[in-house]
Design a protein around this ligand. Structure first.
Ligand code: ADP
Ligand SMILES: N[C@@H](CCOP(=O)(O)O)C(=O)O
Length: 322
């Protein structure tokens, strides 16, 4: 009897997805405000004509290589599988991934939201390939919020720019994009230390003083005006009384950086759940000003433009290639 070698599954479609890093909260907008930054992860998904090896279907370069799973447990694949299953699309076991990761993990730069949004985008592309209509922006945000637990990173990762997210009267996550003045840019101060978002969330109290809630509401309103129309107000518009100080014990060095930068008049906040610090401003030499305040600090200083677009997707039908 002659034995034949197994035929490797062939790619029938390729989807290239890029997703921006995001910084959430922006001071007073806890679980609501978010900004997309021009630091992008790239994911190349391949849809094959048969099942791929479930124990080895993800290639990773950069952040997370050798750390995050390369089997079906990979976050992007878990997200994609659940979305496709809900739509009755049965091709999830035929998808492999190549990930070029740039966004630092567990630093408050929205890496998990970027992975979740990539997984949803790949599921959308596979659904389109199966003949289903494109989902609405609201459906994408609802899925991302389902996985993330809060919409503030997911919204700018999907829509770009600066977003204000909220829950509508039916408990559905919604988001609006707000204007951003042309000259605003960001600087990230990224330490080596990591902090899981879930740990940072566990440090927050169940209730806060009414005066703190009232102060944050006022500052949040001011922030929307400052970022869109008057960057000179950003310093006043980035004060927080709901989350940053409660998390201080888990990232003392980061809060010291925020204190030092604010003492120098810079609009510094904890980025997301930390420990990265974000500075917003309109001065051309913003990164140099940050560097001067933090002389001798080992954390990386990373200037970042605001990303006007969120997730970007390019699909190629390999069957049409000659
Ligand atoms: N590109 C990715 N691929 C796979 N898993 C990822 C990716 N990005 C993030 N994750 C998972 O999410 C975790 C970080 O999530 P989280 O604690 O919310 O921090 P972050 O602020 O970076 O989103 C990582 O430790 C990893 O398990
Ligand atoms: N509102 C969330 C934001 C978490 O952002 P991440 O980038 O740290 O995941 C929070 O503050 O917990």
């Amino acid at each position: 009897m002659t034995s034949t070698a197994p035929v490797a599954p062939q790619a029938v479609a390729e989807v290239e997805v890029t997703v921006p890093a995001t910084s959430a909260n922006l001071g007073a907008g806890y679980d609501s405000f978010g900004i997309a930054l021009d630091i992008r992860d790239t994911v190349r998904a391949r849809l094959h004509d048969g099942p791929v090896d479930p124990s080895d279907c993800v290639r990773i370069t950069g952040e997370g290589a050798g750390v995050v799973p390369t089997d079906q447990d990979h976050l992007i694949l878990r997200v994609m599988r659940e979305v496709l299953a809900a739509r009755g699309v049965e091709t999830a076991d035929r998808i492999s991934l190549g990930c070029d990761n740039v966004i630092a993990h567990s630093r408050g730069m929205g890496s998990s939201a970027a992975a979740v949004v990539a997984g949803i985008a790949i599921a959308d592309a596979a659904s389109a390939f199966a003949g289903l209509p494109a989902p609405s922006p609201e459906e994408k945000l609802a899925w991302a919020t389902h996985f993330e637990g809060h919409p503030d990173n997911a919204a700018p990762a999907i829509f770009g720019g600066v977003t204000v997210s909220y829950s509508d009267g039916h408990g559905q996550a919604r988001s609006v994009s707000v204007p951003v003045a042309e000259d605003i840019s960001a600087v990230l101060i990224v330490p080596d230390e990591r902090l899981d978002t879930s740990v940072a969330r566990s440090l927050l109290p169940e209730t806060v003083p009414h005066a703190d809630a009232a102060a944050n509401a006022a500052i949040a309103g001011l922030f929307v005006y400052a970022i869109g129309h008057d960057p000179s107000l950003l310093f006043d518009a980035t004060v927080d009384r709901l989350h940053q100080n409660y998390r201080r014990p888990a990232m003392t060095a980061s809060l010291e950086r925020v204190d030092a930068l604010r003492a120098a008049g810079l609009a510094a906040v904890v980025s997301g759940a930390g420990p990265t610090v974000l500075v917003l401003g309109s001065d051309d030499d913003l990164a140099a000003q940050v560097g001067e305040v933090l002389t001798g600090d080992s954390a990386r200083i990373v200037p970042a433009a605001i990303a006007e677009t969120g997730v970007e997707v390019m699909t190629t039908d390999c069957r049409l290639r000659t």
